[in-house]
Every structure is written in C-alpha cells, then in structure tokens.
Design a binder for this molecule. Structure first.
Ligand SMILES: *Cc1c(COP(=O)(O)O)cnc(C)c1O
Length: 225
C-alpha cells in the first residue's frame, strides 16, 4: 500500500472541504467539489493503489494511454468513472466514446458532431463538457469565449449532446481567478450545472469561484517525470 498516496488523498480531501466551507455563501453548496484524480503518465499499479485507497474518479488526457491502463482497470473495478480531459481528434472519437464516462473537451463543431453520432451509435448518453479557452491561448484547445454561448446551444439543440459542464485551464503565470469567474458566469447564463476548473496550483481559487469538479494530478501522485 502506497502510504504517501493515502496521505496526499486525505490531505487533499480535507483541503477541498475546508476551502468549500469557507467559500462565499452564494457558492457554497450542499455537495463538495468532486475530486478527479489526473493519472496521466502514472503507471497502472499506482492507479490501482489509488483505487484501493478509495479514489474512483480519474482523468486522462490521451485516449491511447488511457485505453492501455483503463480497459484493464475498468474491467476489474466497474465503479471507475473516467474523464477525458485532453484534446480529442476525430480518428479517436469511437474509442473515446467507448472508454470514457465523461468527455470534458468538446471544443469545436466537427468534434461535437462526431462525438454525438458515435454516442448514438454506441447507444450511450455520455455527459459532455465544453472546454472554453478563457485565456485565448493559441496553443490551447477550447472554444473561444466570444463563440462559446452559440456553440453550447448548437451542441445541445443541433447535435443533441448531453452537455453537463464547462471546463477550462487557467493560463500559466496569470491570476486564475478572472478565468474561473468568467467560466462560472458563462455556466450560469447557459444554465449548465458543472464547472470543471482548478488543478494542483489553483484549486483554491477554483473552488471559491464555484468549481464542482477539480482535476488534480501532481498534488496527489507527486511531480510527473
Ligand atoms: C495534467 C492536467 C491536470 C492536472 O494538473 P496538476 O497540475 O498535476 O494537478 C488537470 N487538467 C488537465 C487538463 C491536465 O492536462
């Protein structure tokens, strides 16, 4: 048993609870933010220790890497909920829909359409989040903020995706708060319940601004190689 993971998990859970309890009253909810353990680059045996320690929600950013690890793990532990948190290419859509329980990175019409038709084909009702490039960073995926509301509407009405959340990654080296506040405002306007925002570095700001899901890698598993 990996005791450092256990310690990290307990510490992180109590940190999340503390921050959530101290959040402004309009943010505070009856349910605490959900912890998504980001297991990219983490080997399968360590992930299994995390599962044994009680963590069952994981995030991976690459379809192929996720498949190598989680096709095995999900067979052994059917309760696992796996989130795709990295960019999705058209040629990986079928695999992604069959493997992931939540797809957090819908960010353009072509992908929205492909995911929708694959979900129908596989007779699923996969919850999807829309990734918003709040920092307008050219190297980052995500729909641009000015197009987001129209895109959300198309995803819901035209493509009939089950849009449950919005997701963003705050730009490095900037104050993350305006980005999280912006995403929260967008979710409110569009009447979308979930907000996936906050990573190891900025989970406090994210929770204070209403994150329902935080995506934590290094604070749980240690620094990635
Ligand atoms: C890697 C990653 C995370 C986790 O980052 P940490 O800083 O290790 O907590 C969260 N979200 C996405 C999209 C990632 O790629």
């Amino acid at each position: 048993m990996n005791s450092s993971f256990n310690n990290n998990l307990l510490t992180l859970k109590s940190t999340i609870e503390k921050i959530a309890n101290n959040a402004p009253s309009d943010i505070k909810k009856s349910t605490k933010p959900t912890l998504i353990a980001v297991s990219k680059t983490i080997p399968i045996d360590i992930i299994e220790e995390a599962i044994i320690a009680g963590q069952n929600i994981f995030g991976e950013n690459k379809v192929q890497e996720a498949e190598q690890k989680f096709s095995i793990l999900k067979e052994k532990y059917p309760n696992i909920e796996l989130h795709l948190i990295g960019p999705l290419q058209s040629n990986k859509v079928a695999k992604a829909v069959s493997l992931f329980d939540v797809i957090e990175t819908i960010d353009r019409d072509k992908i929205a359409q492909a995911v929708a038709s694959e979900i129908q084909k596989q007779q699923k009702n996969t919850p999807c989040y829309i990734q918003v490039n709040t920092g307008l960073e050219p190297q980052k995926s995500g729909i641009s903020p000015s197009e987001a509301l129209d895109f959300i509407k198309r995803c819901q009405q035209e493509y009939k995706l089950n849009i449950k959340g919005l997701m963003c990654i705050a730009p490095q080296g900037q104050n993350p708060a305006p980005h999280f506040a912006y995403l929260a405002k967008l979710a409110k306007i569009a009447d979308i319940p979930y907000l996936s925002m906050g990573m190891s570095q900025d989970l406090e700001e994210a929770i204070q601004l209403g994150a329902t899901h935080v995506r934590i890698g290094s604070a749980l598993f240690g620094k990635r190689a």
